[in-house]
Design a protein around this ligand. Structure first.
Ligand code: GSH
Length: 206
């Protein structure tokens, strides 16, 4: 049997979607959560000096989206055709652009940088959030299935649903402009395996 080991810090962050793909697929994996103090000794041995890392029977893969794509393909949630896969990739790449756009706000909000969180929320986060969720809404509309691409769940549904859940936990009214994404989050998180993971995963602030 294949041994999967997912190494990341003890937070959701960039490791969470790979964990959710395992959960969705009902696939056992080693959930290796590396304490911050141990990281400097490990960092030089990793492909790009960062986490997450996936090990598949000892073979190492870095970069969170590469990991998610690989796992999603293994477990059948990477799109049902080459075209759907490309659409899934487009959503994932745009999500990364969105996160880069709003990063200054989250860095301050999470206490990793100094700054005026309120001003950044108004000037950086909200415009980026509204622009990008409007883009993503077009995918929901076009699929007509309640999922972003095609007629079934793909890993970018897990990606967006987790982000929506995090936003809702921070501010319940934030999604009022995008009720379709509240519905999307509820649909994705009502999957029995995902629901169980969300209920039993370690509780972390982000
Ligand atoms: N593009 C990479 C990915 O998506 O996997 C970014 C990974 C990344 O930023 N990892 C951070 C990290 O390893 C944690 S979220 N930080 C520790 C370091 O850079 O030493």
């Amino acid at each position: 049997m294949v041994h999967y080991k997912l190494s990341y810090f003890p937070i959701r962050g960039a490791g969470e979607i790979a964990r959710q793909i395992f959960a969705y697929a009902g696939q056992e994996f080693e959930d290796n959560r590396i304490p911050k103090e141990e990281w400097p000794a490990i960092k030089p041995s990793t492909p790009f000096g960062q986490l997450p890392l996936l090990e598949v029977d000892g073979k190492v893969l870095a970069q969170s989206h590469a990991i998610s794509r690989y796992l999603a393909r293994q477990f059948g949630i990477n799109g049902k055709s080459a075209w759907e896969e490309a659409q899934v990739n487009a959503v994932a790449d745009q999500y990364k652009d969105y996160l880069n756009e709003v990063r200054p706000y989250f860095m301050v909000k999470m206490g990793f940088a100094e700054g005026d969180a309120e001003a950044l929320a108004k000037d950086v986060f909200l415009p980026g959030f509204k622009k990008n969720y409007a883009f993503f809404a077009n995918f929901l509309k076009s699929s007509g299935s309640g999922y972003l691409v095609g007629d079934s769940l793909t890993w970018v549904d897990l990606l967006l649903a987790q982000h929506t859940a995090d936003l809702l936990a921070a501010d319940g009214s934030l999604l009022n402009e995008f009720p379709q994404f509240k519905a999307h989050q509820e649909k994705v998180h009502s999957n029995a395996n995902i629901k169980k993971w969300l209920e039993t995963r370690p509780v972390t602030p982000f």
